[in-house]
Design a protein around this ligand. Sequence first.
Ligand code: AMP
Length: 210
Amino acid sequence: MKIILLGAPGSGKGTLAKKISKDFDIPQISTGDLFRAIVKEDSELASKVREIMQSGGLVPDEVTIEIVKERIAKDDCKKGFILDGFPRTVNQAKALEGISQIDTVILVDLANEIIIDRLSARRTCPNCGEIYSVQDNLENVCKKCNSPLIQRDDDKPETIRHRLEVYEQNTSPLINFYSDRIFKVSSAGSPEETYSPVKTFLSEMEGKVE
Ligand code: AMP
């Protein structure tokens, strides 16, 4: 199954992607994670991407599309994949049409006020990518790999608003672009409540696509 997760930053795409990945045995491809790995390198691209990410802007389409194209070509994507954070522009969506067919687009829906609260409280494991909320992890240490948690630079309040504006302007037009393939789910409840209808939907679809 080839799945796109669409939704604003902080809507819960990453958490949902991890659950789908585990149950359906397909990789989560997070462009944000791919870029966070790139910025650790010592290169011109790394410093360019670092600056863009810190401001909450978007990495240029050419760079992003190339990275996704390479990732999708890997063996573990043969059975399918979950795109988490890509496409983020209509240009990227059009380019994706030339790279792979897509079975479904899951729109993760959450009000901006809740997003701002959740992102401000989000803590991330820099080692394995696990996500926590500050109030559920007072030790501030990853329960999976014991690394000290961090607050992502772009989860700081001044950047969150800008990321939401960028979503509204550049990414939300994709809801129209994919209107024939959208399955919408609210992520206002717990991660399990969000996942439950998605799991039912994907289980029914799984039989039809392979
Ligand atoms: P995320 O972890 O998905 O919130 O992504 C973190 C940051 O990586 C974004 O704010 C962008 O700067 C960059 N990024 C991730 N995915 C994309 C994309 N598809 N196009 C452009 N920039 C992206």
